[in-house]
Design a binder for this molecule. Sequence first.
Ligand SMILES: NC(=O)c1ccc[n+]([C@@H]2O[C@H](COP(=O)([O-])OP(=O)(O)OC[C@H]3O[C@@H](n4cnc5c(N)ncnc54)[C@H](O)[C@@H]3O)[C@@H](O)[C@H]2O)c1
Length: 441
Amino acid sequence: MLAEKIKDKSVRVGIIGIGYVGLPLARSFAEAGVATTGFDLSRGKVESLNKGVSYIPDVPTGIVSELVLRKKTLKATTEFDGLREMDVVFICVPTPFDKHKAPDLECVRSAAESAARTLHKDQLIVLQSTTYPGTTEEVVQPILEKTGLKAGRDFYLAFSPERIDPGNKKFDAHNTPKVVGGIDKTSTKLTAELFRLFIDADKVQEVSCPKTAEMCKILENTFRAVNIALVNEMLMLSERMGIDIWEVIEAASTKPFGFMPFYPGPGVGGHCIAVDPFYLSWKAREYDFFTRFIELAADTNMNMPYYVIDRLRRLLGSAGRNLRGARVLVLGAAFKKDIDDCRNSVALYLIKLLEDAGAEVIYNDPFVPKFKFEHELYMKENSREYHSQELTAELLSGADCVLAAVAHSVYDFDFILKNSRLVFDLVNAARGHKAANLHKL
Ligand SMILES: NC(=O)c1ccc[n+]([C@@H]2O[C@H](COP(=O)([O-])OP(=O)(O)OC[C@H]3O[C@@H](n4cnc5c(N)ncnc54)[C@H](O)[C@@H]3O)[C@@H](O)[C@H]2O)c1
């Protein structure tokens, strides 16, 4: 019985997709003493993991090598037949959108097909990829049931959203509450008990069905997208009115109830907040429903890079320079501070817009030594490879403008401001500094 196996930790857990979400999950189970296997198409990731070497900054190599080489509770493979030996299979594969911002569930479908090929009685399948409400029951369940086995009767099925926040030093897989919604009570219970192997019992929230759990994740991220858009609108108005929005937010944050600070910026990047609301607005149309808040937030947030370019043009203009032909040093290429992930990065989008405007662009990012414009989102074909430049006094002084696009903690703004002609800070990275050459978004 699966319940018994979970209780005595003899349960075997398989994880399809061992990236930013799957690897930390695999680590948590393996640390709890559960035999855990990662299944991935990427030979590079599988080989690295089996050598005990991590490729995700939040999961230290010391821990991976301990689990893989010494405790032997963690391993990885590209051979999906091994899923047959698993009691539980998690699906943690990407859920991007296409260039029209419509959901691309190709990876989920193909992972579900892999799980279906080896599905057996009493197995539990848990989808963790972020997606629109209905995916578990409308997309994954039919693929699994093509085998003739029936969900709820022969196997268990649940959705549990992932809340991991790469780079967050305070909240990780162990202390971030989990939400679980199964297609029936048993599926919910089994999934919840599984998470309780490494999370406090009261931190696992059971909900009535997969749709509720799916909507929960989208609500969380839409809440962020909408509030960021609101504060971005406030920023643009404040600039016109000669008010420092950063000072306003700091003051408003002293209110101990009913206010939560959100900060303006050059746009929303990454593969969660920038993507998930679109999954919901796409699905909503099936119900003749138009998610106006989502569209409005997207309108404002997606306009921010263009607003930044306009402000930069004006800033350079007042220094007697044109954006066309100017040398711009962009600080940061990742989609947020202290991580190496460039997916849907606004910094990259800014680099593209700057080049389109005729500027000469160089960048520095200690986490991203090189990148290429690969995603069709950037509408840039045959991209060359860009390389991070060493952040020297010469590099800074040689730029007409330094654009602080990502607030990596390692950036030393005493040094940057001392050696730069003009710094345009988009993310309050130079917080606490005052200098004539510093301009805030
Ligand atoms: N990264 C985050 O911070 C975060 C946070 C919350 C939720 N999510 C969601 O979690 C999901 C996974 O995101 P991620 O950041 O871990 O992605 P990732 O790209 O880091 O990892 C996904 C892995 O899945 C593998 N993969 C793709 N298709 C596969 C298939 N058919 N079979 C086996 N392996 C396959 C890829 O090779 C890759 O290693 C997405 O839905 C994402 O929106 C991500």
